[in-house]
Write a protein that binds this ligand. Structure first.
Ligand SMILES: NC(=O)c1ccc[n+]([C@@H]2O[C@H](COP(=O)([O-])OP(=O)(O)OC[C@H]3O[C@@H](n4cnc5c(N)ncnc54)[C@H](O)[C@@H]3O)[C@@H](O)[C@H]2O)c1
Length: 264
């Protein structure tokens, strides 16, 4: 089991609900945290609540230059970054894919998908060289299950799932772990504003909002035990089972018969 005491984490979207919950759970473990957010004000607010173990930095995850500066600030403050949480994300209005504007589609992909890639590009090399570290990427239940009117967001989060699984293979030989957080509905500015706008349907909102600190504790536990999947909302299991069994059921005869397959 990995001991997190005195380790240093950089959390993107650290000014937000889930990022704040992760930071709080890390502080409980005796870690030091860099809260990185496009909103410096929100990151500072979270850092103040945590006291001396936290600092706030401004970071736009879509910009590699901004990542370079945030890395330099973190290194100056704490010497190294042991844990990277690529958690910043944006939602989308509930609209059919063909009605999402190119600007919104590009923004969702830039923050949710390229933002994670940029974080990996900035920190994976250090971790590989040190032969230690852990990367946690925040996907979503929408990164395992897609449904109509949420296509751009789901696509961005499926990509996070895929990048994380690939990265896990790539970094395991260097003793660097990778975990994926798949939240369901959790209290945050994003979820509260989606509920208010009706983008989250009332029947889903009625299930209630998980408090971010509990997700944070699940993240800390996953790092300690090097677990790949962090499922905070097991209520989606039956829908996921149906999706997987539909995919497996489609495995019949190969399209070209001599290439094997179940009955091949
Ligand atoms: N809250 C939920 O129900 C829920 C469910 C599934 C997944 N998620 C995911 O959890 C993550 C955290 O979201 P949250 O729910 O805490 O929402 P939030 O809005 O409270 O936090 C997101 C944070 O990301 C920051 N951010 C946005 N664009 C950024 C950028 N370009 N660079 C740096 N920071 C940026 C925002 O300023 C905000 O502080 C997101 O990736 C989101 O997609 C949330």
């Amino acid at each position: 089991m990995q001991n997190l005491n005195k380790k240093v984490a950089l959390i993107t979207g650290g000014g937000g609900g889930i990022g704040g919950g992760i930071a709080q759970a890390f502080a409980e473990k005796g870690m030091q945290v860099v809260l990185a957010d496009i909103s410096l004000e929100h990151a500072q607010e979270q850092a103040r609540a945590l006291g001396d173990c936290a600092i706030a930095v401004q970071l736009d995850v879509t910009s590699l230059d901004s990542w370079t500066q945030a890395r330099a600030t973190a290194m100056e403050a704490f010497g190294q970054v042991d844990v990277l949480c690529n958690n910043a994300g944006v939602s989308q209005p509930r609209q059919p894919l063909d009605q999402i504007t190119p600007e919104i589609f590009a923004r969702v992909m830039a923050v949710n998908t390229a933002g994670v890639y940029n974080g990996v590009v900035t920190f994976a090399g250090d971790m590989r060289q040190r032969r230690s570290g852990h990367i946690v990427n925040t996907s979503s239940m929408n990164g395992l299950l897609a449904f109509g009117t949420f296509g751009a967001y789901s696509a961005s989060k499926f990509a996070v799932t895929a990048m994380s699984e690939a990265l896990r293979d790539e970094l395991a030989p260097f003793n660097v772990g990778v975990s994926i957080l798949f939240p369901g509905l959790t209290r945050s500015r994003m979820s509260l504003s989606d509920i208010e706008s009706g983008d989250i349907p009332p029947e889903v909102a009625a299930q209630g909002l998980t408090e971010p600190l509990y997700l944070g504790r699940a993240v800390a536990n996953a790092i300690e035990h090097n677990k790949l999947y962090i499922i905070s909302h097991p209520a989606y299991k039956p829908i996921l089972e149906k999706r997987f069994s539909d995919i497996l059921a489609a495995h019949g005869k190969p399209a070209q018969v001599e290439f094997g397959g179940e009955d091949g």
